[in-house]
Design a protein around this ligand. Sequence first.
Ligand code: GLN
Length: 510
Amino acid sequence: MTTALQRFSTLAALRQALSDRQLSATELAQEALASVRAHDNLNAFVHVDADLTLAQARQADAMLAAGTAGPLTGVPIAHKDVFVTQGWRSTAGSNILKNYVSPFDATVVSRLLAAGAVSLGKLNCDEFAMGSGNEHSAHGPARNPWDLTAVPGGSSGGSAGAVAARLVMAATGTDTGGSVRQPAALCGVSGIKPTYGAVSRYGMIAYGSSLDQAGPLAVHASDLVELLDVMSGFDPRDATSAETCNGQANAPGRIRADFVQFSSQYAASGAQPLKGLRIGVPREYFGDGLSSQVGAAIEAALTQFEALGAQRVEISLPHTRLSIPAYYVIAPAEASSNLSRYDGVRYGHRSDAYTNLADMTSRSRAEGFGAEVQRRILVGTYVLSHGYYDAYYLQAQRVRRMIANDFQAVLTQQCDVIMGPVTPTVAKPMGADADDPTAEMLADIYTLSLNLAGLPGMSIPCGFAAGASGRALPIGLQIIGNYFDEGRLLAVAHQYQQVTDWHQRIAGQE
Ligand code: GLN
C-alpha cells in the first residue's frame, strides 16, 4: 500500500505542497493515521490518539491559511516514547510507566510543536532506551519494515521503522550509545546524533545523563537540517545544554546557517564539490567482526566520496576497543542513579501487595522493570559501590578521556570528518541475541565512542546486503565530526545523497 507520505520526496516538497494548499494538514494527518493503522504489524507506534493529532493538524491548517506558518507546519512526525508529551502516554517502553501521562512537554517536543509539526503519537523503543534491537520493550518488539523477521535496531527502533515505512516524514530519537544511528542504519534512513549539549534533555526520560542526546531521523540529510535546526538551542531548563557552540550562540538557525555555508562552498567547486575535504578512515573500524558485505558497502561509499573530490586519510583511534567496557560501566552507573526515582511512591507502577515501605519499593521495581533494565541497575549499582568505584567507574572515566583525546588528535590534525560503518552487520534476526546479552553490546563497537567523547555523528544509507532470511537489508555509513560540526556533516551527507539513491528506496517497494 502506498502511504500518504510516499508522494513527497523531501520535507521541503511536502511543506511547499501544504503552503500551496494542494492538500491540507488535516487530510494529510488523516491519511497518515490510516497508514499507521495499516502498518500495525511493525509495532512501531505504542500510542496513537487521533483526536490529539487532528487538533494539531487543524491548528496547522489555520496557520497555513493565515500565512503564519512555521518551518514544519503540517509536517507529520512522531516521538520516541522517551520524550514526555502532554496528552499522549510516556512509558519509555517500560511497565513501570505503563499509564504515565506527563503534565508537560519535553523541550524537543514543544519546539517541534511550535514550529508547526503535527505529532502522530509515540514510538516504540527499548525499555529506558537500553538495547540495540528494540527487543527489550514492554510493548513487544518493533519490526524492521525491510524484513519482519529482523530487528529494526535499537533503541529508537520504532522511530526508524516508522520513517522507513513512510508512516511519518520524520521522527525523534535519542542516542546514548548509538540509538539514533544504529536503527537508522538498519532501517535504511538518515539520522543524526548532535554534539552533547546542542539539544535540550529537558523532558527526555533519562538513561545515562552524560551521554544522552536527542536527534532526528528522516529520509534525507536535508530534512534533518530542518528538524535539528528547530530541535537544537540552549535551554535554561537543562543545565548541560550549551549556551554557545564554538563561539556562536546555540540557537535555532545555527544548524541551517552552517549547512548553507558549507553547501554553498561545496556547490562552488563544480564537478568535484568535496575537493579539499579530508576524510579520516579509522583502521580500527575495519577489523575483526565487520561483515565483509558491510565493509564492501562502506568501501564503495568512500570511493564515491573520492569521486566527489574528497581525499581519504588513514587514521587510528587506538582506544576504540575499550569503548565497550568503558561505556558499559558508565552508562549503567548513571542509569542506576537515574532509575532510583522509580520507587512506587511518586509516580509509575506501585505493587498491589506489600508489607512495608521498603517492600513496596522493591516489589514495585521488580514488577515494573524488565530483565535488561534490572541487569543494568545491578551492574551500575555494583560499579558505584564502595570498594569498586575506583576500580571500575573511575577507571572507565579515565578511558573515556583517552577515547575523547584520540578523536581530538585526528580531528584537529589529520582530517575534517571521519567515516566508517555504523554496525558490524546488517539487521540480525529477532531473538538472535536472546541468550547472550553481551553479544548485543558488541554490535555497539562503532557508535559508543562518540557518546563517550560527546561528538556529533550521523548515519546515512549506503547500500544493501542479504540478511539471515535472504532478504536485502540496508547498510549505514557513519559520518563523525568535531564538536558542533553538525552543519558540515549534514552538508557532506547531502552531497552524497545528490549522487546516490540508497536513501530513497522504500521498504516493500524494492
Ligand atoms: N545499545 C546501547 C545501550 O544499550 C545504546 C543505547 C542507546 O543509545 N540508547 O546502552
